[in-house]
Design a binder for this molecule. Structure first.
Ligand SMILES: [Fe+2]
Length: 279
């Protein structure tokens, strides 16, 4: 009996250590993409993507890690705050430190759309800190005489639905308008949800950066993610890179948690997407 209790306690302690490590130790995933018409000056251009922070406080480790990655720009792909345990000060502190490293571009997720009371003020504060909010608009990013187009969409839920339907026609119109504005330039699109991959492919953006899926929250070897919002069990678009036509979609597993309080086999992830003229 005594032996059984000792083994049970050891299992509980090891399990707790594993859970803590799996939810607090940061991992970096690196991707290289070769978009069409990439200006020579953008060869090696490094985009660091942060997604789904959900108010998670890494106590300065996240910022230190990003700094070491020497990004040319930092992109935040939604759910930086969480609608169930809203602590905007954590996200704002992160933004305040991130803008000291590189230009920061931000889009909303579904959690921001639920926080109608605080989001307008939160957004104003982000902008005051120097973050560029890409609310269905694009900007030209220049480097040594070359330029690319960087655009961002608000989450679908800002348009009244979490799926594409007759209510979200405006979403598609805005995305198509951005694709037209991109023209023949290399285009990077920030959007929150990966499950409408085909829509992004149709838009003709070269690189699309996504979050929302949290890697399926629990990841099993050889299986991948278990469950994501809007895709259900064993989702197709849970993490990693997907290619179709000229479009490469990178899905971040994100950093924090929302209603389900932990990740298993799915450490918090920072994405580095490097643009290359050719590979
Ligand atoms: Fe989300």
């Amino acid at each position: 009996m005594k032996k059984f209790i000792i083994i049970a306690i050891a299992v509980i302690i090891l399990g707790a250590i594993y859970l803590y490590w799996g939810n607090n130790s940061l991992t970096v995933s690196r991707y290289k993409v070769s978009p069409e018409n990439l200006p020579e000056s953008f060869n090696g251009f490094r985009v660091v993507q942060i997604s789904d922070l959900h108010n998670k406080d890494f106590g300065g480790r996240l910022i230190k890690k990003i700094e070491k990655l020497e990004p040319d720009i930092i992109t935040i792909t939604g759910d930086i705050i969480d609608s169930y345990h809203t602590k905007p000060e954590i996200a704002l502190e992160f933004a305040e430190n991130a803008v000291k490293i590189a230009p920061v571009y931000y889009i909303t997720g579904n959690h921001e759309s639920r926080l109608k009371d605080i989001y307008p003020e939160f957004r104003k504060t982000l902008e005051k800190l120097g973050v560029t909010v890409l609310d269905c608009r694009g900007v030209t990013v220049e480097k040594d005489g070359g330029e690319i187009f960087l655009a961002g969409m608000d989450d679908l839920t800002f348009f009244g639905s979490s799926v594409l339907n007759e209510n979200t026609i405006v979403y598609e119109e805005k995305l198509n308008a951005l694709a037209a504005e991109k023209g023949g330039r290399t285009g990077i699109l920030l959007s929150h949800r990966p499950e409408i991959f085909d829509t992004y492919v149709d838009s003709g953006f070269d690189v699309v950066l996504m979050g929302h899926a949290h890697g399926g929250q629990i990841r099993l070897p050889f299986v991948g993610g278990i469950l994501t919002p809007n895709q259900g069990f064993f989702p197709e678009y849970d993490a990693g890179i997907f290619r179709s036509g000229k479009t490469s979609m990178i899905i971040s597993r994100g950093l924090g948690n929302s209603l389900f309080p932990f990740r298993i086999g799915n450490r918090p992830e920072i994405i580095v997407c490097e643009l290359n003229s050719e590979m």
